[in-house]
Design a protein around this ligand. Sequence first.
Ligand SMILES: Cc1cc2nc3c(=O)[nH]c(=O)nc-3n(C[C@H](O)[C@H](O)[C@H](O)COP(=O)(O)O)c2cc1C
Ligand code: SF4
Length: 483
Amino acid sequence: MTPYRKVAQYKSTQALAQRWKELGVSIPMDDKILSASEDSPLATPFQFGALTVGNRWCIHPMEGWDAETDGRPTLRTLTRWKNFGASGAKLIWGGEAAAVQPDGRANPNQTLAVGENREGLTALLRACKETHFDHWGTRDDFVVGLQLTHSGRFCRPEGKAFRPRMAYRHPLLDAKYGLDSNDDSLLWKDHELQGLKANYIQAAQLAQAVGFQFVDIKCCHGYLLHEFLSARSRRGGYGGDYEGRTRFLFEILDGVQAACPDLELGVRLSFFDTSPYHREEEEGRPMPFEDLLPYGHGFGVSESNPTEPDLEEPRRLIGDLFNKGVACVNLTCGSPYYSPHIQRPAIFPPSDGYPPPEDPLQGVARQISIARDVKRFFPEGTFVGSGYSYLQDYLPHVAQAVVREGWIDSVGLGRMVLSYPTLPGDCLTGKSVQRKQICRTFSDCTTGPRIGLASGCYPLDDLYKTSSDHQVIKDYKAAQKNG
Ligand SMILES: Cc1cc2nc3c(=O)[nH]c(=O)nc-3n(C[C@H](O)[C@H](O)[C@H](O)COP(=O)(O)O)c2cc1C
Ligand code: SF4
């Protein structure tokens, strides 16, 4: 039983404002949702490099674990991308993480950004853009990119077993996942990285040829490029100091820019983190890190207390990314594997998670206010913010206010778009918000993949609700509850 009050129990913006006060945070929030014709700040365009994005709503990448095993989309994958197109948001940040090589997938049903899947990527983009046109009558201010990834220590290309290819040995994560810390074959050798870089560049060329307007070089959530940023203990050219740890990311960015000069670039960055958490006596707690101080195994965390953010290096990196010509940075944090409570705040944990160690509203406030600090530091930079879905009924009220106040340029939706794809459009056209479709953070969209099923909103989306997999998830959760 969670000790935290659910968002639906806050009956007004005033009641929620009181809770922000109790938590000691200050989050702006409008009382009324404004439509585009009432001059909603969310209806204003902004620049993504040379591209104009028609409004301030963004759809975050949401991997579905539902492609064919050769990376081609299935009907479900296409349906999700159509929903993205119909949503009313004018920026589709990557659609979903597409792996640049088959063994870099986080699951056997991940979309692949390889030449053999050219038709599949074309179909996804077409589905998204055509649906957008059908609903909104134009594509001119609609910007769609593709997120490129390698899953690093979280590769699972064949099924349940992890097949890690990582940047360095992490004492806590190796222990959490039962990895043999003497097995150096799991580590990338410097010379092997050249082949991986070439695959990123080819994937970007493919994305451009297919018609995507930008690529996101994914650098978040514990996957490979994010892991490199904390590879202080790695020897050779791609670890150690800041220059070494960022070298591989910058080499990829340089390579993509040289091969695709007209393609815009984005980076989705976990700009702060925490040391890994685990379930302990039915609570989420940090794994013991005291013997590892000063802590050298995280990016954007304090050396003396790695459960606290330290933004010095992330700020330096963001400055370097903009100097390199990255058009927009999508700010996210942590990892869904070892710190889900900061990355996707939820009242109900996923099957491999832990009960929330803080009021999930605190997690939302952390992402929003640290993003504000970063935006203040780079007022000319363009940023997308994350972690809003837990706000539920009050998401539009906060989204509107943070954009008006200049805290963020664009508000991204993750889980909410699975349960309620048309929330942005409903707000912009002045339709009433459909409360029954609001994501209540049941986490089934994360639990599904963790037990080998597709991701989707099983409790609220009829496509998944009526599927046989829904019963499998219910049975699994019941068995977990009964020990
Ligand atoms: C089922 C699922 C799949 C996700 N897939 C991706 C992904 O492919 N790439 C990515 O950068 N983030 C991914 N995320 C993270 C979301 O984009 C987002 O950052 C996170 O859910 C927090 O935002 P929210 O509070 O709006 O859900 C995924 C999240 C979920 C729940
Ligand atoms: S399963 Fe649906 S309600 Fe639950 S977190 Fe995912 S999108 Fe939200």
